[in-house]
Design a binder for this molecule. Structure first.
Ligand code: BGC
Length: 447
């Protein structure tokens, strides 16, 4: 099988993540009437999935280090389908919430396992692009969900279709994972040498895999064990990965991306766009910008490098957030409202070439193999926890401080992220996962 096709199947987990991220706000417009939900309960319907995602991510690392990446992804796909169908069929709030917990938990697992699996199957010179397939799917999922939300926004039971359609990518992921092999790196780590060779040969389309296998074995010989205790994460060689992984996880959220992804139509209406439908159209445009710029990032990550894209992306986010904040403070209306819309779109574009893909890529690269799953778990838990925190505080912040100051806070966070990145985030472009690990072991950092 051609490697591109393999990577396209292996990345499907990102689609579950993106679709659910985008679909719930549209569905909620109807659900709140059907089940008579007040604002607090609506918040719970959204946030419960984010919380469950953090819990799912907590288990994903240990489970996938122990049982392998593939079986855990298979079970995850099945749980996701179940959750999507249950929430679509919900006849009470309790059932709806149960469905949301299953969906959220599955997304939490998939959000870390998809980049992990992609990174472990990639050749080193393409790893940036291959792992970013996950982020591309997330952005595509978001746009598709906006479209589905629009299509089904007319009938009373349309929300059930919105949620049920989420099962589809789950089914495709399940079928796809039946065809794909276990991660060669995980297999080698467990001592299954022949299986690792077969998996790698399958992934490389029958090309010579000896050199790559040798790298892998050397790494394992140094480590001496495939699954080390959690305490390895406290050793000096894991210090930089932990700080960078968890740091970027938190920064990816507190710089405000999901206020736009979840609340864009509201933001645009407040900025002065005349009607709801124009706001929805502008939101779709922003979603498309997100997709297109993620593809641009895919092209650049392995040549320009992760660090450079992150620094450029963050600088752009800073400037555009200041513009959004300034726009709100100056009370732009009418034609000038479009300045805010364009600033928001540019902000998303800069996120999409930097912090969006680079966070998920780096956490799949920098942890030592023996604790890679668990290290990624910690970073992913932090990401979902802060996603939830930002989502539930956004409207209160806007209420209490005003829109301009709220976006100024995200700008300040972006400035801190820029400094953090400048001093602490390493370049991993062009190195094998084993070389990255060896460098960290030797010097505790990547020169
Ligand atoms: C983030 C999500 C966000 C998405 C937007 C991802 O990298 O983790 O929280 O919704 O990008 O494209």
């Amino acid at each position: 099988m051609n490697f591109t096709v393999i990577a396209i199947i292996a990345g499907l987990g990102g689609l579950l993540f993106g679709y659910d991220t985008g679909v719930i706000s549209g569905a909620l417009l109807f659900i709140r009437h059907v089940f008579h939900l007040g604002p607090a309960m609506q918040g719970v319907v959204v946030a419960i999935a984010l919380g469950a995602a953090a819990v799912g991510a907590a288990f994903a690392g240990t489970l996938s280090d122990k049982f392998g990446r593939r079986p855990v992804l298979l079970v995850t796909a099945a749980v996701f389908v179940l959750g999507a169908l249950l929430s679509a069929a919900a006849w009470s709030v309790a059932i709806l919430l149960a469905g949301r917990v299953l969906v959220g938990g599955a997304i939490g697992v998939a959000s870390m396992l998809t980049p992990l699996y992609l990174s472990e199957m990639s050749p080193r010179d393409k790893r940036g692009a291959v792992v970013t397939i996950n982020q591309a799917y997330i952005t595509i999922g978001i746009v598709v969900s906006y479209g589905v939300g629009y299509l089904f926004s007319h009938g009373g039971d349309g929300w059930r279709w919105m949620l049920a359609l989420g099962a589809l990518p789950g089914v495709i992921l399940f079928a796809g994972m039946l065809v794909l092999p276990e991660s060669p790196r995980w297999l080698a780590g467990k001592g299954h040498r022949e299986a690792a060779r077969k998996s790698l040969a399958f992934l490389r389309g029958g090309r010579d895999v000896e050199a790559e296998l040798r790298d892998l074995r050397q790494d394992l010989a140094r480590e001496g064990r495939a699954t080390a205790p959690w305490s390895v994460l406290l050793e000096p060689r894991a210090r930089m990965p932990l700080i960078v992984g968890i740091g970027l996880a938190v920064f990816q959220q507190i710089t405000g991306i999901n206020t736009v992804i979840y609340f864009a139509p509201t933001i645009f209406q407040k900025a002065g766009l005349s009607s709801a439908s124009v706001s929805i159209l502008a939101t779709a445009g922003v979603g498309l910008v997100n997709v297109v710029m993620t593809f641009v990032a895919m092209r650049l990550l392995d040549s320009a490098g992760r660090r450079r894209l992150l620094l450029v992306g963050l600088s752009g986010m800073l400037v555009t957030l200041l513009a959004v904040a300034g726009g709100f403070m100056a009370g732009m209306q009418g034609g000038l409202a479009w300045v805010t819309v364009i600033s928001v779109a540019a902000y998303v574009a800069f996120f999409a070439i930097g912090l969006g893909p680079v966070f998920w890529l780096l956490i799949a690269e920098i942890f030592p193999l023996a604790v890679r799953g668990r290290g990624m778990s910690l970073a992913t838990i932090a990401n979902w926890a802060f996603n939830m925190l930002v989502s539930i505080t956004f409207l209160d912040l806007v209420h209490g401080l005003g829109r301009g100051p709220t976006f100024l806070i995200y700008a300040a966070m972006t400035l801190i992220t820029l400094v953090f990145t400048w001093f602490l985030v390493p370049e991993t472009k062009g190195r094998s996962l084993e070389q990255i690990e060896a460098a960290l072991e030797g010097e505790g950092r990547l020169a």
